[in-house]
Design a protein around this ligand. Structure first.
Ligand code: PLP
Length: 393
């Protein structure tokens, strides 16, 4: 293994920030049940509520509109299952009259795509909206899909693979005008660009701690006042009976600290991380012939750079980079031995060759200009070698 390790896969997960880690270690012995009335319980409860305020502040929301979940996947599933309940009769079956249509996009995270696919099996009609070559949702397609049977719309705020940012405010205005509920998966947007639920107007918003330098297995869901919510997990009265289970107070504290730090740093993130991204993009464009940058040129996360290296294979690039100490990811997922091209790159019309030869660099705090320079020097010979090998065959 190379001595140098450069982690550039922050959209997959982030390391804990030192202050997050220190707070969690300090509180490991705060063992009280946050629902207990005695002093130990009240101490844990105070930590939980402080974290809720911090998450609310990060989103411009009141703390009473935030519930804690086990992460982004659970928050998204809770919204989809709430919608299922809304459209079900007392016997649990889908109603035949009224709103039973769902609109989402073809580039969502698997936890949304598969939640939508599950509701499809129950009889819901699901529209998977196409996106343009930059990954933006086509508003004309949204308008065409919205109708008086639309129950809800779920559109991610920023894409995890290519970083394209959607116009959630405009989309929400269209959705609300059609009388439907609006959810956004903002897991990749939070902490990277300003996110304010009042400005966006959304009914539900999902976030996850481990994408913002907090711990894994904890996240939150914002629910606008007046928007319905049914529990996914039934049990005790935690979270106003909306999410049962003893509070994960150490995880919640970690999320709270991460949220507080993110709120203070989001503007610096937008300049400093974007500068490193530009350095990487310009360096690769200058030194590697015939490459494409995937995603929107301006409306893109400051940290996400998805590059296609046609003629080289994504997994091979990844493994060669790993041997040189660079940890990135491919756009494609390896499913049962066969290499499926990324659904996101296929949706932007990249075609199989560009999709198979794509690498996602996702940057974050801790990376330096020297790290980026090392990547710019290391990647070109790897691509040259892999391209030469593929022409021999
Ligand atoms: C990581 C991610 C999720 C899942 O969050 P978990 O906390 O890992 O369950 C959902 N949506 C997007 C866009 C993500 O990037």
């Amino acid at each position: 293994m190379a001595e140098r390790r450069i982690y550039i896969d922050y959209n997959a997960t982030t390391p804990l920030k030192e202050a997050v880690k220190a707070g969690m270690i300090r509180d490991l012995d705060v063992y009280g049940n946050a629902s207990s009335m005695h002093s130990s319980g009240r101490l844990a409860h105070a930590r939980v509520e402080a974290a809720r305020r911090a998450v609310g502040e990060l989103l411009g929301a009141s703390p009473e509109n935030i519930i804690f979940t086990s992460g982004g996947s659970e928050s998204n599933n809770t919204v989809f299952q709430t919608m299922r309940r809304l459209a079900s009769g007392p016997d649990g079956r889908l109603v035949s009259q009224g709103r039973t249509e769902i609109i989402t996009t073809s580039i969502e995270h698997p936890c949304v795509l598969n939640s939508a696919a599950f509701l499809q099996t129950l009889g819901f009609t699901v529209h998977f909206l196409p996106v343009d070559p930059y990954g933006k949702v086509r508003l004309d397609a949204l308008k065409a899909a919205l109708n008086e049977r639309t129950l809800f719309v779920s559109v991610m705020m920023a894409n995890n693979e290519i970083g394209t940012i959607q116009d959630i405010r405009e989309i929400t205005a269209l959705v609300k005008a059609a009388g439907a509920w609006m959810h956004t998966d903002a897991v990749q947007a939070v902490g990277k660009i300003p996110v304010n639920v009042a400005e966006l107007g959304v009914d539900y918003l999902t976030l996850s701690a481990h994408k913002i330098y907090g711990p894994k297995g904890i996240g939150a869901l914002y629910i606008r006042k007046g928007a319905p919510l049914f529990p996914l997990i039934h049990g005790g009265h935690q979270e106003d009976s909306l999410r049962a289970g003893t509070y994960n107070n150490i995880g919640i504290l970690g999320l709270g600290t991460a949220a507080e730090l993110a709120a203070g740093e989001v503007h610096r993130y937008g300049t400093e991380i974007a500068a490193l991204r530009e350095q990487l993009r310009d360096g690769l464009l200058a030194r590697v012939p015939n490459i494409t940058i995937n995603g929107h040129p301006q409306e893109v996360l400051p940290n996400t750079l998805n590059v296609s290296f046609p003629g080289a294979e994504g997994e091979s690039i990844l493994l060669s980079m790993d041997l040189k100490g660079i940890e990135a990811s491919t756009g494609s997922a390896c499913a049962s031995g066969s290499l499926e091209p990324s659904h996101v790159l296929m949706a932007i019309g990249a075609g199989p060759e560009r999709a198979h030869g794509s690498i996602r660099f996702s940057l974050g705090w801790g990376l330096t200009a020297e790290d980026i320079e090392y990547i710019i020097e290391t990647v070109p010979p790897i691509i040259e070698r892999l391209r030469a090998m593929s022409t021999i065959v």
